[in-house]
Write a protein that binds this ligand. Sequence first.
Ligand code: ADP
Ligand code: MG
Ligand code: ZN
Length: 494
Amino acid sequence: MNVHLEFEAVIGLEVHVQLSTHTKIFCACRVRPHDGKSVAEILVNSNTCPVCAGHPGVLPVINRKVIDYAIRAGLATNCKINPKNSFARKNYFYPDLPKGYQISQYETPICEQGWLDITTQSGSKRVTIQRIHMEEDAGKSVHFNDYSLVNLNRAGVPLIEIVSGPDMRTVEEAGTYLRALHAVVTYLGICDGNMQEGNFRCDANVSVMPKGSKKLGTRAEVKNVNSFRFVEKALEYEIARQIGVIRSNGAVIQETRTFDSAKGVTVSMRSKEEAHDYRYFPDPDLVPLLISEAWIEKVRSDLPELPQQKKKRFEIELGLSPYDAGVLTSSKAMALFFEDVVSALVNKGWNPRAAAKPISNFLSGEVARLMNEGDLELSQGKLKPEHIAEVVQLSKEGIVSSTGAKQVIATVWKTGDTVHSIVEREGLKQVSDLSSLEPAIEKMIATFTHQVAEYRAGKEKLLGFFVGQVMKETGGKANPGLLQELIKKKLSGS
Ligand code: ADP
Ligand code: MG
Ligand code: ZN
């Protein structure tokens, strides 16, 4: 009987953000070694001490930087910062959690009641942020065929967990929110944003309910998804699955699931634990943490430019459309890249406003296409800001066509070669030399006498046909704008 009912999804995201501090949250172990290696590359269990290895009798000491970073995140997402904070023990057994509890925050998270505005195809929307709390990461179990080992290098690495309200109604909204949040924490410089390494990972809560209903359905939580695409795929699958369950008169059960990215499906892991299962209680080893107004104001005055502010500035200072400015500021890497191209062209004498539009077109066009095609970050291609600056310059001078420019960018993306060498090698130089175009135009006029007569009699749309013919003759390398002018002139008899 439910078959004809229309459903609506409800999504709330819990995001774990690994903070890029030098040291762990409660001890002096470094999160990253001096030589810039990632945590994964450090010799197993070498980056530990009695505190993060959970020896009995040791005492944790909070890392001040972690608090600074959490306040930054809270201010950037319009949260209230709690003046009085405490830490709590979240008790559970797991081999990679030697203490038998994780130090987290429970009743008094550092930040509460914030929001983030997002813009999707259907307009703009405010997503509430229920809370942001600080906690330590656990270690890692490494599984082999018939045994498992534990690596505690990650134990005690600082995290903040950012919990949204159940406010999103579509997969697009969830994806947009997640990307916006990723931009915020990377702009803030509190997280390196590396999703492959799990430094920004998401638990996606999703339920479905009859369209327009006020009562939320039972949710499933898909754990630890570490790419934007996977979150979107997991949600799509999960929404369809839950609707299927209800339509066949079943009931969705509250449970924790994982996303199998190879098969594109979510799989049940365990029934959902409730807060009381964790026996939360205040950690007696850590005194309540008082955050003064002055401390908060100090952090506020040090906040860097945020995505929304940068977007506004690009609109006002550079004359970009809200859409273009939004695309360019959607990731910190893209925004910095764009700004580097602008300065490269300004150094060559360009006006920044004149430079902004063509740069924006190449970045949100061809470059975005190459990134999407390979599901790659900007830094994974070999393209540098100087390359784009040069392509913009050559297009402006009419030396390469718009198609040629795209071809150059695609080749640079793969090879990193200089723009000039690619233009030469792939024969992309447009013919702009008037004298070399004349013979081809003369030949065209002599061949298509009938059409020429028609054109002269007023059938002006034939101009495109003429341009096409000369293009063919010159192997597609004529500068189309110039060519059109030239043909017009010839045919008007001057
Ligand atoms: P827990 O910490 O046990 O996972 P919370 O109550 O803190 O539980 O909720 C976690 C997340 O689940 C939040 O992001 C919230 O928005 C989301 N959520 C809560 N109820 C629903 C629901 N019915 N459907 C979808 N998401 C939900
Ligand atoms: Mg949860
Ligand atoms: Zn340690």
